[in-house]
Ligand binder design. Structure first.
Ligand code: UFG
Length: 323
């Protein structure tokens, strides 16, 4: 059985939907973001929090868990700058508790959702895993601290892990049944689509004076289904003993500016956005684009869906939401 922590959230739920087709899955989620997606596939569900050591102890005693995939985290760059306590508690402390309970119960396989925010402000066109980490916000810092714990626990206690550093996750499941929705929503693509569907007045562009071709931030958007596939490949590789204690980037290798993403959303939907230029948002690097060669070479994973496909899938989901 695979324990998926945060399996009711955006990325976790996409993973669970695919993983549960072939494996026994147990989801642990505290539903803190109010984002309960349909769990009508064959996964067991426990509502609970990683700060509850007794609950973790009970879970690992009760269920035959062979590996843990950990998606639960606070993940908003801007919020992490103004509310770092939340990030060190929800991310670092919570993951520490989870790892401690795993080690106590001799569960040694761990797949971790890390982030491109660990890289900070690298002045590099395509960031690979050899680039030095230097986060510029508490969110990235908290994830990097966890990566450091993983390395130390790997050395000392035989923990076997794979950390996946996602670039910008976006898109929705091909069935249109689940998609991206946070409360409050801060991510660019859902914000644009919510505006185009009529529930938001406008789209604000945060900063137009970055050192990028059109002055707006450039990101590498990766389809949530591609991320889910990478997790399943990573899990198989870990459980089969093919690799352990590795860090892999997950990106498309294509950078798009905020303005380009807005234009792409207009093309997909056939609608025109009302756009307003505004100040930079705290903690935002100008450009983050991945080199994902390492996971392609070692595990055979490659992003399959481009920005237009990401937006098409997200639009299919958004236009059927009742806001
Ligand atoms: N942006 C706007 N207007 C908005 C929302 C966002 O201009 O209304 C801009 C942001 O300033 C940023 C870009 O759009 O330049 C993307 O912003 P998101 O909030 O969608 O995503 P982030 O790049 O801030 O962060 C995401 C994840 C992080 C991860 C990071 C890695 O939320 O967890 O990608 O690239 F670390």
């Amino acid at each position: 059985m695979i324990l998926v922590v945060g399996g009711a959230g955006y990325i976790g739920s996409h993973l669970v939907k695919d993983l549960a087709a072939n494996r026994e899955v147990l989801v642990l989620d505290n539903l803190s973001t109010g984002h309960l997606v349909s769990l009508d596939y064959k996964a067991d569900f426990v509502e609970g929090d990683l700060r509850d050591a007794t609950l973790l102890d009970n879970l690992f005693s009760k269920y035959p868990i062979e590996a843990v995939m950990h998606f639960a985290a606070a993940s908003l760059v801007g919020e992490s700058v103004s509310h770092p306590l939340k990030y060190y508690e929800n991310n670092v402390v919570a993951t520490f508790n989870l790892l401690k309970a795993m080690l106590k119960h001799d569960v040694k396989n761990f797949i971790f959702s890390s982030t491109a925010a660990t890289y900070g402000l690298p002045d590099i066109e395509h960031i690979d895993e050899t680039v030095a980490t230097a986060p510029i916000n508490p969110y990235g810092q908290s994830k990097l601290m966890i990566e450091q714990m993983l390395a130390d626990f790997g050395n000392a206690y035989g923990l076997q892990y794979i950390a996946l550093r996602y670039f910008n996750a976006a898109g929705a499941h091909e069935t249109g049944e689940i998609g991206e929705s946070h409360t409050p929503e801060t991510h660019l693509i859902p914000i644009i689509l919510q505006h185009l569907v009529g529930v938001r007045e406008k789209v604000s562009v945060f900063g137009t004076d970055y050192a990028t071709p059109d002055g707006t931030c450039v990101r590498d958007y990766i389809h949530v289904t591609d991320i889910a596939k990478a997790h399943i490949i990573a899990l198989d590789a870990l459980l089969s003993g093919k690799v352990k204690n590795e860090i892999y980037n997950l990106g498309n290798g294509q950078g798009y500016s905020v303005k380009e993403v807005i234009t792409a959303c207009e093309m997909v939907t056939g609608l025109k956005a009302r756009v307003e230029e505004s100040e930079r948002r705290a903690g935002d690097p100008g450009r983050l684009v991945a080199a994902s060669k390492k996971i392609e070479t070692e595990l055979g994973w490659k992003a399959e869906q481009n920005l237009m496909q990401i937006i098409e899938s997200a639009w299919k989901w958004h236009k059927n939401q009742r806001y």
